[in-house]
Write a protein that binds this ligand. Structure first.
Ligand code: HT7
Ligand code: ZN
Length: 854
């Protein structure tokens, strides 16, 4: 077993000051010449020089200060190349290598590979070692000078262009960087160009590079980039630091995008958008990811991570920053609700299962398995809590200090917390547990009301407890910021939001001088990532949904009301009318933001219902949950038919499509209404909408609504005929079918789609569309006959030798398998064991599967 431990960190024993590289590009035999200026860190204690280098890297020559060392001193073992100390000078020296690599054989899309005849790279986390021999670790930082020899028309690398001639381009990056931020792109590309002048007057050339023909879908990405550059100056005082900023869209890409210095590389689905092909959700995501990668220039590139255990240092902070950006660009209330929904769906799920780990893990086998919701989204939540505790001014001072103190560093979580301590005077020893401990705390609130002549007293007693997680059984109390307000019986707020700081396992807070017993609005804004339980009847939840001044808490009250109805229905118990009636009042309220109303009107998903049941100690039954949700949706539609019909018409968006928050909000409410009405109108409205609309947001909503009713075949054909040549639309076509299929048919739908010629499964987006589409159909994936498990397992085994990162990532479909009944558990376990038994299974998938069956 090759486990890496945080506790084993040692600085690299050599200092690397500059890296010069020449690439002679060829599809099957690219030559890479690398010159490293190295010096021993401790000349008096000579050490071997160990370089990383993957199996596909062929060493053709190696010299030290121009001389070939004795071969006895050069050793290749596994994925390293070692030069013994005896062969190394005691002072600075130049190590030159030439290697050969085959980009055409690279199906894992790590290192240098070819996508659609274009050369491109992906080096985070450990891809650079598949390009050349190198100290491929984030704390080794050097300036880069890169020469690219190729006949392809566009040749790009990091930094500024310093030479361009026929068949050759040279790039120099003056900012020392680790190898994971290296990038190279070469291909037949065209640019959408613009410029940005920084506040200190540097004119930066901006380019979004796409394949010829895609230019008309790159404008929104450019607008998003310019907004991000301006926002980072205005809000964080951070300016861009090179003469050019390039973004390239690539069709084959393992994740969303990559923040390589000055040369961000993006999955094309996060760059290309037009009203006909992209949904409002796609537009919002493009804006957010362009911002995220751009923000990494400071939080990630200028200040990077000492080692990969510190990944959340850059990812948590950059997610936090992109969330702030989206709140500023769009609706802060809606963004917060969406973020919490995503956190609960992905991170809480992870934190409550066999893959739970802290935001800063202390061990891993394969670092690519740790680009998780916990590192990213919980990492961001932890920063949100810090900001809540130290206040906006304290946060600003701490961030200024962070940028001043650590610019150019490869830093740690300890460094990060220290700037908060130094800037605010707070002791963050206990707070640090949020970084080192896994698991989601359970927070319980009990109320004690003492009426009195002169004014009543309300005592709130909170208890916190974090369940055991893998390798962490003992959990100590954490600092929990609890934002709350009090609402009087007439609906007026009697105490505005205040933040209580809980530090003990059990703690009480008292409010007195209250004329009448108030309703407590607690965990406002979702002030801490915990699972809250409190005794509350449906009538009080409905009261909060009507009166709470905090939009998150208001939405949450409606959510709890819906879940209480759904849980009762799925258990065959009587369901109160509170939810159906309260929703009627809310959607009739035209003063409320349409996006907010859409969020309240969309029922919790089936997996969310299953999670709530599981947290109440009840084994979820996917079929009963599906039936309960359908029946509540139908009830809503029948009860409010007139209101919903009117709303459907009223929310029509006139004029040309605009992807802004206001129009997107109206479309989201209209589509939520459509999903309900399709349950009782025979699909009439959805068919009409699909036929008349010109935008993808409405097309896909109409199609989904129809498919869920077992209809929509004609629309599927129409969509295919219109967009057969558009990969991104075809990905939607592949994903919506298994996702929206009636559960009993879902695995079969997926299986027959997987047999199509255009199921180009080696393309990560296409694979994710189909396999992820099925996994997102809760009752379909968890079909009692095991058909969903078998289908997904078959494809993971097929993908694993081709692209282990994708196989390992998609294996998380199984992470909740132990929640279900014995029959399903046996089938899921059999599927996982089948994967585990594969000879030569990748380290990536092996680690994931063995954690899941441990
Ligand atoms: N920092 C990047 C993370 C990443 C990645 C991106 C694309 C392909 C493979 C990758 N491995 C790791 C993306 C980000 O968080 O911004
Ligand atoms: Zn990131």
């Amino acid at each position: 077993q090759n486990v890496q431990f945080l506790a084993d960190y040692r600085p690299y024993p050599f200092v690397l000051s500059s890296t010069r590289m020449t690439f002679r590009l060829s599809a099957t035999d690219t030559r890479v010449l690398t010159a490293l200026s190295l010096a021993p860190r401790h000349p008096d204690r000579p050490e071997d020089l160990v370089l990383d280098g993957g199996k596909g890297v062929r060493l053709l020559s190696l010299t030290i200060d121009g001389a070939v060392p004795d071969p006895a001193h050069v050793r290749r073992e596994g994925e390293t190349l070692t030069i013994t100390a005896a062969a190394l000078p005691r002072h600075s020296f130049l190590l030159e290598t030439e290697v050969g690599i085959d980009p055409s054989a690279n199906t894992a899309f790590e290192g240098l590979y070819i996508s659609n005849e274009m050369f491109c790279t992906q080096c985070e986390a450990e891809g650079f070692r598949h390009i050349t021999f190198y100290p491929d670790r984030p704390d080794v930082m050097a300036t880069f000078h890169v020469t690219i020899d190729s006949d392809l028309p566009v040749l790009l690398s990091n930094g500024n262009p310093v030479g361009q001639s026929q068949g050759r381009a040279e790039w120099h990056d003056p900012w020392p960087k680790p190898s994971y931020l290296f990038a190279l792109v070469a291909g037949d590309l065209v640019a959408v160009s613009d410029s940005f002048t920084t506040r200190s007057g540097r004119k930066v050339a901006l380019n979004v590079w796409v394949r010829p023909g895609d230019q008309d879908r790159a404008g929104f990405a450019m607008e998003s980039l310019i907004k991000s550059m301006k926002w980072d100056e205005d809000v964080y005082g951070r300016e861009y630091d090179l003469d050019v900023f390039n973004i390239v869209a690539v069709d084959d890409f393992n994740m969303g995008a990559m923040e390589n210095k000055g040369l961000n590389i993006f999955n094309s689905k996060l760059v290309l958008a037009s009203p006909e092909t992209a949904t409002d959700g796609d537009y919002e995501r493009i804006e957010a990811v362009i911002a995220h990668e751009y923000f990494h220039n400071w939080t990630g590139n200028r200040i990077t991570c000492r080692d990969w255990f510190q990944l959340c240092l850059k990812e948590g902070l950059t997610v936090f920053r992109d969330q702030q950006f989206t709140s500023d660009m769009r609706s802060a209330a809606v963004k917060r609700i969406e973020d919490v929904q995503a956190l609960r769906a992905r991170q809480f799920r992870e934190d409550q299962g066999p893959l739970a780990h802290p935001p800063r893990p202390d061990r891993y086998e394969e670092i690519n398995n740790f680009y998780t919701a916990t590192v990213y989204e919980k990492g961001a939540e932890v920063i949100g809590m810090l900001k809540r505790l130290v206040g906006d001014d304290g946060y600003r001072r701490a961030l200024d200090l962070y940028f001043n103190r650590h610019d150019g560093d490869a830093a740690t979580i300890e460094d990060w917390l220290k700037v908060f301590e130094d800037a605010t005077g707070r002791d963050l020893t206990q707070f640090k547990r949020w970084y080192t401990d896994a698991g989601t705390p359970r927070l319980t609130m009990a109320e004690d009301w003492q009426p009195a002549e002169a004014g009543g007293t309300l005592a709130l007693t909170f208890t916190q407890e974090t369940p055991a997680t893998p390798r962490q059984t003992e959990k100590l109390p954490r600092v929990i910021p609890i934002a709350l307000g009090l609402i009087g019986p007439n609906g007026d707020e009697v105490a505005p939001t205040q933040v209580l700081e809980m530090t003990e396992a059990k703690q009480s807070f008292t409010f007195d001088g209250l004329g009448a017993r108030p309703v407590v609005s607690v965990l406002r804004g979702f002030s801490a990532p915990v699972i809250l339980s409190r005794r509350l009847d449906d009538a009080t939840r409905a009261f909060l949904l009507a009166h709470d001044t905090d939009p998150f808490a208001r939405w949450e009250a409606g959510r709890d009301l819906a879940l209480s109805a759904l849980i009762a229905a799925s258990q065959g118990q009587p369901v109160t009318r509170d939810y159906v009636e309260a929703i009627g009042r809310l959607i009739a309220d035209d003063s409320a933001d349409p996006a907010f109303r859409a969020l309240c009107l969309s029922l919790p998903g089936e997996e969310e219902i299953a999670t709530r049941l599981f947290n109440q100690g009840i084994t979820p039954d996917p079929d009963a949950i599906h039936a309960a949700r359908e029946s509540l949706a139908r009830d809503l539609a029948e009860t409010h038919l007139d209101l919903l019909s009117r709303l459907y018409t009223a929310m029509t968006v006139e004029g040309p499509y605009r992807p802004d928050a206001a129009d997107a909000a109206r479309r989201s409410l209209r589509n939520a209404v459509l999903a309900l009405l399709t349950r009782i109108d025979g699909g009439e409205r959805a068919e009409v909408l699909f036929g008349v609309t010109g935008n993808m947001t409405e097309r896909i909503a109409a199609l989904t609504a129809l498919l869920r009713r077992g209809r929509g075949q004609a629309e599927l054909t129409a969509l295919h005929d219109l967009f057969a040549d558009n990969r991104l639309v075809m990905d939607k076509w592949f994903s919506v079918q298994p996702m929206a299929a009636p559960p009993a048919q879902a695995a079969q739908v997926a299986r027959s789609l997987s047999q199509r010629k255009d199921f180009d499964w080696k393309n990560p987006n296409r694979f994710r569309a189909l396999i992820g589409g099925l996994s997102a159909n809760h009752a379909g994936f968890h079909a009692a006959d095991g058909s969903g498990y078998d289908f997904v397992a078959d494809w993971l085994m097929r993908m694993d030798p081709v692209n282990p990162q994708i196989a390992a990532r998609m294996s998380t479909a199984f992470e909740t398998w132990t929640r279900y009944d014995a029959g399903r558990r046996a089938k899921a376990l059999a599927a996982l064991e089948r994967i585990a038994a594969v000879q030569g299974l990748s380290k990536n998938t092996r680690e994931m599967v063995s954690r899941m069956i441990a």
